[in-house]
Design a protein around this ligand. Structure first.
Ligand SMILES: Nc1ncnc2c1ncn2[C@@H]1O[C@H](COP(=O)(O)OP(=O)(O)OP(=O)(O)O)[C@@H](O)[C@H]1O
Length: 564
């Protein structure tokens, strides 16, 4: 950046030297009708002009590397930070806002570093040097230019406060627009099914119109500033010509000095005029940086402890919930879980049942520290999960979510995502355990691209791949949030079969919405009012607990309705 700034500064000095050479020609060969030194002076102009062009090229070459690498590193930091931020952060933030920060705000910053920052510094320096040259040529010419440049400060200050508000608004509106596009693409099936495409299209058009209005106001503001700035150098040139002509008539100034003074003032037009553009770019970059740091300064609340404890050498997967409490941030302390006590013995499968919204998903998120308990503690083999290194914890505890998310990648990559360093053999074994033998029938087997840009898979196939991903790292504890959700009766049997083999040698907590899932478990825990209100074998609970019977029959009714 220093090299690039120096190159641009030297190239501008070359530009400023040309008027001085012109002065020499006018006051020398022209005034004395002697062409003797003309060749040398003209060669000087050609050399200085070529130097100016080469240095300008050098500026671009030198700045391209640093500006793009700064952009890449900022983007990298943002991505890693986003990955480390807790789920609570992502619940609060629209993905379009994050997308616009990662893409357009960082491009704005790169443009600022590559162009605006360098020119902001060099143009200011050149303005000062130019004024000094003018003062040296003639103090009066210098004073005229200085007086004409002074209003710049006032105009720029007035403009800055107005433009900053517009720049922020426009960048935020860009983020909203990205969110709408993303939601309508992800939800295209729902929109089509309900014939609500028009509704979102109207919202998109409204937001696009608002953005356009802000952009027009930005252009209007910059236009006014630019007009005010452009007129100032013209006044300076007019004033110099007026004063200079009288001075030449009086014999106190040479023609060469006046021409050189006007040429310098003309050269200073770009550094002066560009201030409008530079201020606009600077404001946008400041807004982009503020938006970027809003995300980067968001605190990573779930981290590994400074001195993590390690699990016993032979991890058994004994999970205990001791008086576990949890309240979502922003819920003003209203607890979803109000003192959960649950003991999952090594190798045992416990099904968790409860009414909709009773907190089953919330409870499952706490084991792998996707969120931290707000009271009590969860231990794995006697160690509080908060005392374990996060990577260790997440190798020990694997989670499969209700919605089996697949990424735009091959089957192999999607499954291997479940464990660092998973080999081909691990992936194949995990697929076998999850009864995902359909993979062999895919056009390119394990290499078939799935996810958004690839082959569409059925609900049952997706669920089995999510299971394979959860078991590929051979965890000792498996947390499954409703692994049979969204399955039709035929695939349910297949996934159930897969689950039986998956669950045979791990400790598992399985959220169940169907009685068929409950029957996979050794014991069932019932969650209501934020507490475990009953726990026991399915058949015992069925025989002794009326609430449990009522809940199971509701679950099966709901399921029958879905099947019907
Ligand atoms: N990110 C969140 N922020 C604030 N409240 C939340 C959040 N997620 C869930 N809740 C609330 O916490 C409660 C428990 O939700 P949770 O998803 O754990 O229930 P659930 O038992 O899994 O429901 P379901 O059976 O419908 O899946 C609900 O009242 C829900 O509105």
């Amino acid at each position: 950046m220093l090299g690039s700034g120096t190159a641009v500064f030297c190239s501008m000095l070359c530009g400023l030297a040309i008027p001085l050479l012109i002065q020499r020609i006018l006051d020398g060969p022209v005034a004395h009708h002697d062409t003797g030194g003309l060749a040398l002076l003209v060669t000087g102009i050609a050399v200085v002009g070529t130097g100016e062009a080469l240095l300008f090229y050098l500026r671009r070459r030198l700045i391209a590397g640093p500006s793009t690498s700064v952009e890449a590193r900022l983007r990298d930091d943002l991505y890693h930070h986003l990955q480390s931020l807790p789920i609570a952060f992502h619940d609060r933030w629209q993905s379009g806002q994050l997308l616009s920060r990662a893409v357009s705000d960082l491009s704005t910053l790169r443009r600022f570093i590559a162009f605006a920052l360098i020119f902001l510094i060099t143009n200011t320096v050149v303005l000062v040097v130019g004024l000094v040259v003018l003062f040296v040529l003639s103090p009066t010419l210098g004073i005229i230019s200085l007086v004409c440049a002074a209003p710049l400060i006032l105009i720029s200050t007035l403009y800055e406060s107005k433009y900053a508000v517009l720049a922020r608004r426009s960048q935020d509106q860009n983020g909203d627009l990205a969110t709408t596009v993303e939601e309508s693409v992800l939800g295209v099936r729902v929109l089509k099914a309900f014939g609500r495409g028009r509704h979102l299209a109207d919202r998109f058009a409204r937001e696009a119109k608002e953005l356009r209005r802000t952009e027009l106001r930005k252009v209007h503001t910059v236009g006014l500033l630019w007009a005010a700035i452009i007129v100032l150098p013209e006044f300076a040139i007019g004033g110099q010509l007026l004063f200079g002509t009288f001075a030449i008539v009086d014999g106190t100034m040479t023609v060469g000095t006046l021409v050189a003074g006007v040429a310098v003032a003309t050269y200073l037009r770009w550094p002066t005029d560009s201030i409008g553009w530079l201020l606009a770019e600077t404001n946008q970059a400041a807004t982009a940086a503020a938006r970027y740091f809003e995300v980067l300064d968001a605190e990573i609340t779930i981290t590994s402890p400074a001195h993590p404890k390690s699990l016993p050498a032979k991890a058994r997967g004994h999970v205990r919930f001791d008086d576990v409490r949890f309240a979502y941030p922003g819920s003003e302390g209203e607890e979803v879980l109000r003192g959960i006590n649950l003991d999952l013995r090594p190798g045992e499968t416990v099904a968790l049942v409860g009414a909709t919204g009773s907190g089953k998903t919330t409870l499952t998120a706490l084991v792998g520290r996707l969120a931290d308990v707000t009271g009590g503690r969860i231990t794995v083999d006697g160690v509080d999960v908060r005392d374990l290194d996060l990577a260790d914890l997440r190798t020990t505890v694997a989670t499969a979510f209700e919605e089996p998310v697949l990424f735009s990648a091959s089957v192999r990559e999607n499954v291997a995502l479940g464990a660092t360093g998973a080999t081909e053999a691990d992936v194949r074994q995990a697929l076998q355990v999850a009864a995902a033998d359909f993979v062999d029938d895919l056009p390119w087997g394990l290499d078939t691209r799935i996810g958004e840009q690839g082959l569409s898979l059925s609900g049952g196939q997706r669920q089995r791949l999510a299971l394979a991903r959860a078991v590929v790292g051979r965890p000792s504890v498996l947390v499954l949030d409703d692994p049979l959700s969204a399955l039709d009766v035929h695939t349910e049997a297949e996934v159930e079969h897969a689950l039986r083999s998956v669950l045979s040698d791990v400790t598992a907590l399985v959220v169940a919405h169907r009685s068929s899932t409950v029957q996979l478990a050794d014991r069932v825990a019932m969650l209501s009012d934020g507490k475990i209100t009953a726990i026991g074998h399915h058949s015992d609970l069925l025989a002794t607990n009326e609430n449990y019977r009522a809940m199971l029959s509701t679950m099966d009714e709901e399921r029958d309705e879905v099947v019907a």
